[in-house]
Design a protein around this ligand. Structure first.
Ligand SMILES: NC(=O)c1ccc[n+]([C@@H]2O[C@H](COP(=O)([O-])OP(=O)(O)OC[C@H]3O[C@@H](n4cnc5c(N)ncnc54)[C@H](OP(=O)(O)O)[C@@H]3O)[C@@H](O)[C@H]2O)c1
Length: 289
């Protein structure tokens, strides 16, 4: 039995669907049912489900709001993983935790590897980095999967925002000087279930891995692909205009480059995500077609 914390989010929902479609026993708890920063709630969820693997898909993910909501961001993203880690270690259950590309500052020109130094630029990234550290300290049998630019058909994300704007506006102005790897929740859920099988079979190298969609682009490149994919389905052809980061000021600074090198995960687990363009087209078709 896999127990998923934060199961109401876009990744959490996808993991439940993916597991059920493969007849893998799974149960999910939403934040309302078990807050990861509430030790008693975590304990009760573990006792009720008696899992052989725990996945933490719960997090405070509002990158800009976190700048003025530091306590809440750290509670969910740093205290929570520590509590989950200690509970899993005590119960003898391995834990898969999801982290972020925003632990890096983006100053490196190429793709980030797991061994590259972290230097988060904002509160969200710092809280996630603190969560990684708390989890490593609390639980040896952990997988930390750092991912990036997550989108899917459930919940809120950049792809859905672009579809909404494309329906209303004739021009979309999108940042073209931040690069990264759009990652489908389908690939992330698949990768997690793949790793779950390896863990069950005792074939796992626990530790920290990068797992993102294959390929790299900018937010402008991502938006252009989304708009291209929806055009034949909606007849809408808004212009996607490239702009710079200073032209779209946000409370939180974001890394200019957060490309993740996922080759260690591929070598270790034999799993590679699909090209981001393919997954983007699929998601648009599902949402609009
Ligand atoms: N979204 C991205 O672009 C992105 C990029 C890199 C990494 N990640 C990481 O990927 C993972 C999944 O993110 P996502 O995109 O699926 O985010 P999401 O759609 O925002 O879902 C996060 C879920 O976590 C829940 N949650 C918040 N605080 C919690 C707590 N204290 N205890 C339990 N659950 C809590 C939220 O519940 P409420 O809705 O009730 O608050 C929500 O259901 C996270 O670890 C995130 O940091 C995401």
């Amino acid at each position: 039995m896999i127990l998923v914390f934060g199961s109401g989010g876009q990744l959490g929902q996808e993991i439940l669907l993916a597991a059920r479609s493969r007849a893998i026993p799974v149960t999910g708890v939403t934040r309302a049912e078990a807050d990861v920063a509430d030790a008693a709630a975590v304990e009760a969820a573990l006792t009720a489900a008696r899992p052989n693997l725990v996945v933490n898909a719960g997090a405070y993910t509002k990158v800009d709001k976190a700048e003025t909501d530091e306590a809440e961001a750290f509670r969910a993203n740093a205290t929570g993983p520590g509590i989950l880690g200690r509970a899993c270690a005590a119960a003898g259950v391995p834990l898969v935790h999801v982290s972020t590309d925003y632990v890096f500052d983006g100053s490196q020109p190429g793709a980030y590897r797991e061994s590259d130094p972290i230097a988060p630029l904002g509160v969200y990234g710092r809280s996630k980095a603190a969560g990684e550290a708390a989890l490593r300290e609390a639980c040896d049998r952990h997988l930390i999967l750092r991912t990036s630019w997550v989108y899917g058909i459930h919940g809120a994300n950049f792809l859905k925002t672009m579809l909404r704007l494309a329906a209303d506006r004739d021009e979309l102005r999108v940042v073209a000087d931040q690069r990264g790897c759009p990652t489908s929740t389908l690939d992330l859920a698949d990768a997690i279930l793949h790793a779950a099988t390896r863990i069950r079979d005792g074939q796992t190298d626990f530790g920290t891995y990068h797992l993102a969609g294959q390929g790299v682009t900018t937010w402008h490149g991502f938006a252009s692909r989304i708009v291209e994919a929806q055009a034949p389905l909606t007849g809408r052809t808004p212009l996607v205009v490239p702009i710079t980061t200073p032209e779209y000021p946000t409370p939180a600074r974001r890394p200019a480059n957060s490309e993740l090198d996922s080759s260690l995960f591929a070598r270790t687990f034999g799993y590679t995500a699909k090209p981001w363009e393919e997954r983007t087209d699929e998601a648009v078709k599902t949402l609009v077609g």
